[in-house]
Design a protein around this ligand. Structure first.
Ligand SMILES: Cc1cc2nc3c(=O)[nH]c(=O)nc-3n(C[C@H](O)[C@H](O)[C@H](O)COP(=O)(O)OP(=O)(O)OC[C@H]3O[C@@H](n4cnc5c(N)ncnc54)[C@H](O)[C@@H]3O)c2cc1C
Length: 499
């Protein structure tokens, strides 16, 4: 499908250079389309972004990388070698869980190590772990076969008997918390596995058990890091896009899409420039960007009133802290758990408030890669935040101090060692990426409907408009949005071949 001349004149406008947009740009350019990629920011990669404080480097956005083969596939599909663009390495011990009693549990793909740690708190858990691994493998394999490769373009896709049968088998109606309690009795074991719901910005007490497949990814396949920082993936994809002739318009916001006869004819940019297009791939958050760019009368199936029916995934309160030393307690990833885990999710989703006793995630990539932070640790500290509402306001300085105090109480007092710090709030995330209400992963997956019936990858009312990214299928998180870019590009390429 490379460079086929029948595509040469087809002009594709891609709005947004997140991982989804970059991926579809590469694959469409590789197939011979004339691709123009518009990104309002000056960096490409969207939420996968570098941040610099003095000479300390941070990865903003995806700190935990799973499914490395998805990113590699994008490069491979263009007959290049992924290692020439980014090098992905596996972490031996990936996440240290720290509980309120001070005990710890180090997660890895070493099953014996996992069992021996489980046995310390509950001898039976070590036995049930094997059964658990079998069940999460089954959930993953079903999702991989039936959900990941699919583009949902119209209602018929949802009603295929094969899909319905697969859906019944992935425990869509059982909560993740209920599922975990069938295997594990100790609260700490349930808590550390329940946290996987937050990888899709959701609550383990509501999200379907299907998402235990994320545990499969971490516990069977492992967690990865990209040499030089995870944004190297976005930089590698950008390099490949340029090599394949994608015309990149950085710092250029698309302001309007002009519609004629149920088809988008022209893109209008912030500088007033207009460009004719044959196809559009929208990577900007569908819930926010689609309604802003397309007049409501042209999208009767996606009226403004429909948008408020989607519950956004969580946002984040992030502190980037550069330290003048290495803290001996820290590895690459760690989680300091709240004592009131259920209340934390009630605060986030029911009360739309910040948790009083939040779970605190810390990424310290300098543990694996000292080159990114020559002076000491580079701490990316993330606490789940409610999606933006008028009520979800906090005193940021006080909340930062609360986080530092909680960490100090758990044996990690970083306050004397901080040399530079920066707070990134939900409203910053919303503004920088046009993320709907500051959400990290598109709509939440708290309800089976929102988990499995996300907005489709092709617009229902406009025949040449496609969607990629976290708010569409297969969902949020860096490998999933990349898959959406692959799926949509392949859909467009195949449709053009058959015409
Ligand atoms: C703090 C944080 C932590 C995260 N942690 C992880 C993690 O550990 N692991 C993981 O896998 N994922 C993680 N994620 C989620 C992951 O970053 C996202 O799912 C993924 O990067 C989103 O990619 P996307 O393709 O949907 O596009 P986005 O990254 O959302 O990019 C969309 C782009 O479109 C641009 N745009 C929007 N409107 C316009 C317009 N009108 N004109 C031009 N450009 C426009 C925006 O500027 C943006 O750059 C995290 C995200 C955040 C914010």
């Amino acid at each position: 499908m490379e460079g086929a001349s029948i595509y040469v004149k087809k002009k594709v406008g891609i709005i947004g250079a997140g991982l989804g947009g970059l991926t579809s740009a590469i694959l469409l350019a590789n197939a011979g389309f004339d691709v123009h990629l518009y990104e309002k920011n000056t960096h490409l990669g969207g939420k996968m972004m570098r941040y610099q404080l003095g000479d300390t480097h941070f990865d903003f956005g995806p700190n935990t990388i799973t499914m490395p083969y998805v990113f590699q596939q994008v490069i491979k599909q263009t007959r290049a070698n992924p290692d020439d663009y980014f090098q992905i390495i596996k972490l031996d011990v990936h996440t240290r869980n720290v509980f309120s009693d001070g005990s710890t549990f180090d997660m890895s793909t070493n099953i014996d190590e996992m069992k021996s740690q489980l046995a310390q708190k509950d001898p039976q858990a070590a036995e049930t772990f094997s059964v658990y691994l079998q069940e999460i493998t089954r959930l993953y394999q079903l999702s991989e076969a039936h959900f990941f490769p699919k583009t949902f373009s119209n209602w018929k896709d949802y009603f295929s008997p094969k899909l319905a049968s697969a859906l019944r088998k992935v425990r869509p109606l059982e909560s993740l918390d209920h599922f975990h309690r069938r295997f594990f009795k100790h609260e700490h074991h349930v808590q550390m596995l329940n946290r996987y719901a937050t990888y899709i910005g959701s609550s383990p007490f509501m999200a379907p058990a299907t998402f235990a497949m994320i545990a499969y990814l971490e516990l069977i396949e492992g967690v990865y890091y990209v040499k030089g920082g995870n944004p190297t993936i976005a930089e590698g994809l950008t390099k490949r896009a340029i090599e394949l002739g994608v015309k990149i318009h950085r710092g250029m916001e698309v302001k309007k899409l002009h519609v004629q006869k149920q088809s988008i004819k022209r893109i209008e940019c912030e500088n007033g420039e207009q460009k004719d297009v044959d196809l559009i791939v929208m990577n900007g958050d569908l819930l926010q960007v689609f309604p802003e760019l397309v007049d409501e009368r042209f999208r009767p199936s996606f009226r403004n009133a429909k948008i408020s029916r989607f519950e956004p995934s969580t946002s984040a309160f992030v502190i980037l802290a550069s330290l003048n030393k290495h803290m001996k307690q820290l590895i690459h990833h760690q989680v300091y758990f709240s004592e009131a885990y259920k209340e934390e999710f009630e605060a986030l989703f029911k009360e739309k408030q910040y948790a009083k006793d939040p779970t605190i995630y810390i990424c310290n990539s300098s543990y694996t890669d000292p080159s990114v932070s020559p002076q000491g640790d580079n701490l990316f500290i993330l606490v789940n935040a409610p999606a933006l509402t008028p009520e979800s306001v906090i005193d940021e300085e006080a909340y930062k101090q609360l986080i530092y105090q909680k960490l100090a109480e758990k044996g990690l007092d970083i306050r004397p060692s901080i040399i530079a710090e920066k707070i990134i709030r939900p409203k910053d995330i919303s503004k920088q990426f046009y993320a709907y209400r500051g959400s990290l992963y598109g709509p939440s997956s708290n309800k089976a409907r929102d988990a499995f019936l996300r907005p489709t990858n092709q617009a229902k009312d406009l025949h040449n408009l496609y969607f990629v990214g976290g708010s569409t299928h297969p969902g949020g998180g860096s490998p999933m949005v990349t898959l959406s870019g692959i799926n949509v590009a392949n859909l467009i390429i195949n449709a053009s071949f058959t015409k």
